[in-house]
Design a binder for this molecule. Structure first.
Ligand SMILES: [Zn+2]
Ligand SMILES: [Zn+2]
Length: 142
């Protein structure tokens, strides 16, 4: 068990290096957590989840690490919430669907990501497509 975790950590560190991120321990831990979840967690959730196993972790560190990972392109900031950002380690173009009933954020890969023609002189660095609605689970009322 312990061995498996070590290998994963090493791979995560290598991936981070490819993004030009120095794989410091907190960065590896936060990135690894994001890779292992589909929930698009907020900085607060990440902090709460990792704190027990990383007692030296502070809220500020989590925010700083997330900003750095976003700057380097390893992680995407998902601005689907008015009050706080969520984070996603899946950097492929995809659409986010937020269910207004269960509050879950789903990844939609089956929908074509739009190609946008933007006016000359503007250069886009990222495009986000967010949809709000009701997910199949809530719709069926179960
Ligand atoms: Zn739902
Ligand atoms: Zn996503």
């Amino acid at each position: 068990m312990r061995e498996i975790k070590k290998v994963e950590e090493k791979e995560t560190a290598v991936t981070l290096s490819r993004f030009g991120v120095r794989p410091l321990s907190h960065r590896v831990a936060i990135y690894q957590y994001l890779l292992g979840t589909k929930n698009h967690p907020t900085a607060d959730t990440i902090y709460t989840e990792l704190k027990p196993s990383l007692p030296s972790l502070s809220r500020t560190t989590v925010y700083n690490v997330l900003n750095h990972l976003c700057e380097k392109g390893a992680v995407r900031r998902v601005t689907i919430e008015d009050h706080e950002s969520r984070f996603d380690a899946d950097i492929r173009d995809h659409i986010h669907f937020k269910c207004s009933q269960c509050q879950q954020v789903f990844d939609l890969f089956e929908v074509n990501f739009p190609r946008l023609e933007i006016p000359e002189g503007f250069s886009a660095t990222s495009v986000q497509v967010n949809i709000e609605g009701v997910c199949p689970h809530c719709k069926s009322g179960r």
